[in-house]
Design a protein around this ligand. Structure first.
Ligand code: TYD
Ligand code: MG
Length: 450
């Protein structure tokens, strides 16, 4: 017997009142461990004796989707697509189905949330894009796991899509659909089937408010690929982000735009993240970020206003708030720009999240520019990790980042000195090597008092 937190999936060998991971109360439920422990013998082989098997992939030709997966759907893999309700998971999965049918694959789409007429309505909206032969498209409206497994066995499809995992029920288990036990058992049985039949299987899952996959984290380590479909519901842009991939790079993103007739791929995301403002304003910087194999020049915006609160406010979107606190302390000590009396609002454009430290210099300069109310010369990009002592450290992929900035018409890049020897083609773009924050602020004229 084990106990699992229904909110986040934390496991414990005894019952707990409060979950040590997510902090929720009374969320622990006892579950049976039904993972079949087959008696298998270990094998001992020499590496040279192992035969290579080539990965078999199904390509949808929806480039943004295939690339995120590392080149298409791998046979026998279980793919989880998580996202908030209404973000477009069902639309994306229907488009994937249509794309695969048009290539001659047999698709089984299991829907337990919508009725046939709703699916048909959605299909009609999308169908202006696809001229296909319906014959290979099978829809199953059921939430009963046993029936789903039976139909998969009878039909032998090339791919199965389950929308959504939280509504599927294994009748042999007493708990309700969507509970940890159900989600876990259902996923496990589907996983076994996918491996046995060498079938790619996509499962859709809702994400709770805290951003966890509801019915929970348990799923993340069971499946082969974890994708999150994100974006601000008030805008049309959607990002498909890969969190885990056993068969490809794990940090790739795909960008889509939700339009009247379905999701369109955004192959040139520059307009999305790039400035809509033509004049110089304070608190604005640009950073060529690497997102998987692609570089996206991203806009960073910062507002700093004198605070009316006992503790100054830090409101951050798209960046780690603790990392921001460190950068603010560096700004305070190493550059004498005090942030303690200001509320700081920091925003990364286009729903992107900056994970890499290469964005540090851009962020620190956006904050300094906002506090100083001094704008930075137009068409300047920033690159560099900022250390605690105000030193600027080198970043990866420097050539690709500069190439992208140049392509977009930026005229100068401020970057770490240690990165310069490997960069040779400085034409058309001014390269300004720096090694400390003080140097950068001198270039930007931030070193003078306000
Ligand atoms: P949906 O795929 O149902 O979201 P989810 O499965 O993640 O809950 O789609 C949600 C939104 O997308 C809905 O508000 C309608 C909108 N939409 C379009 O704008 N254009 C379209 O062609 C389709 C099919 C949906
Ligand atoms: Mg849906």
């Amino acid at each position: 017997m084990i106990f699992v937190c229904e909110n986040c999936g934390y496991e414990s060998s005894k019952w707990l009142g409060k979950c040590p991971m997510c902090g929720s109360w009374n969320s622990f439920k006892e579950i049976r461990e039904t993972i079949e422990k087959e008696k298998t013998k270990g094998i001992l082989v020499n590496l040279t004796e192992i035969k290579e098997s080539k990965e078999k992939r199904l390509k949808t030709e929806i480039e943004e989707f295939d690339r995120v997966l590392g080149g298409g759907l791998v046979k026998g893999s279980l793919i989880l697509i998580g996202g908030e309700p209404g973000i477009g998971k069902s639309t994306l999965s229907l488009q994937i189905s249509l794309a695969l049918i048009s290539k001659g694959f047999k698709v089984l789409y299991v829907s337990s949330e919508e009725n046939p007429s709703q699916i048909k309505m959605r299909y009609n909206r999308l169908s202006s894009l696809w001229k296909i032969n319906y014959e290979k498209f099978y829809l199953l409206f059921s939430s009963d796991l046993e029936e789903i497994l039976l139909q998969i066995n009878n039909l032998n499809p090339d791919i199965v899509i389950i929308d959504s995992i939280q509504t599927i029920e294994d009748k042999t288990i007493p708990q309700v659909a969507g509970s940890v036990t159900q989600v876990r058992e259902v996923t496990l049985k589907l996983l076994n089937l996918a491996k046995r039949k060498d079938l790619p299987l996509i499962i859709i899952s809702h994400v709770t408010k805290q951003g966890l996959i509801a019915g929970p984290k348990v799923l993340e380590h069971m499946v082969d690929v974890v994708l999150y479909f994100e974006g601000d519901i008030n805008t049309d842009y959607r990002i498909l982000r890969c969190e885990k991939n056993r068969f490809g790079p794990a940090n790739e993103i795909g960008i889509f735009e939700m339009q009247e007739f379905g999701l369109q791929e955004v192959k040139n995301p520059y307009l999305l993240f790039l400035p809509h403002l033509k004049e110089e304003v304070s608190g604005l910087t640009f950073v060529p970020l690497s997102e998987g194999r692609r570089v996206i020049v991203t806009e960073i915006q910062c507002l700093a206003t004198p605070t009316y609160f006992p503790y100054p406010q830090r409101v951050v979107q798209g960046f780690d708030i603790r990392r921001l606190s460190i950068l603010l302390s560096v700004l305070d000590i190493q550059a004498n720009i005090t942030t303690g009396r200001y509320d700081i609002y920091l925003n990364i454009a286009g729903s992107l999240y900056i994970k890499e430290n290469a964005g540090d210099l851009g962020i620190i300069c956006a904050v300094a520019s906002a506090i100083k109310r001094t704008s930075i010369k137009k068409l300047t990009c920033f690159l560099g990790e900022v250390g605690l002592l105000g030193e600027i450290r080198p970043v990866s992929l420097i050539r690709e980042r500069i190439k992208e900035a140049k392509k977009l018409g930026f005229s100068r890049v401020i970057l770490p000195k240690e990165n310069t020897p490997i960069y040779l083609e400085g034409d058309n773009i001014e390269i300004i090597p720096v090694s400390s924050l003080k140097e950068v602020f001198k270039i930007l004229n931030f070193d003078q008092g306000r």
